[in-house]
Design a protein around this ligand. Structure first.
Ligand code: TYC
Length: 102
């Protein structure tokens, strides 16, 4: 309670409300040139998928054009996209990785 002068008082309450972080989907996109094995490797290394899950996601992307690698908070999603794009560029593959708000 603060004293604002004669006959006044200011009461400030601290907020107890919490906000859950927004979530972002990380997707990889199909292209005609990136080897299937490379995409499986990316899914294993950067998205902690086992070989079976990685292969299933890769084939989904190959057949449908895009697919979900995982769902993360903003900064984690951004880091995944950067890591995949840097790794693909380093190996001279055109693989694209993007994020979108859920
Ligand atoms: N379409 C690629 C091929 O036939 C394989 C591929 C799958 C590429 C998934 C990118 O995100 C991708 N070699």
């Amino acid at each position: 309670v603060e004293d604002g002068g004669p006959g006044t008082a200011v009461v400030t309450r601290t907020r107890t409300k919490v906000k859950r972080p927004s979530l972002y989907r990380v997707l990889i996109l199909n292209d005609d040139y990136t080897p299937m094995e490379f995409v499986v490797h990316v899914l294993e290394q950067f998205f902690a998928k086992d070989r079976e899950a990685a292969t299933r996601i890769m084939l989904h992307v190959h057949n449908h054009g895009a697919g979900e690698c995982g769902v993360y908070t903003y900064e984690v999603a951004e880091t995944k996209v950067t890591q995949v794009m840097d790794f693909a560029r380093k190996h001279q593959h055109p693989l694209q990785c993007v994020m979108e708000k859920k």
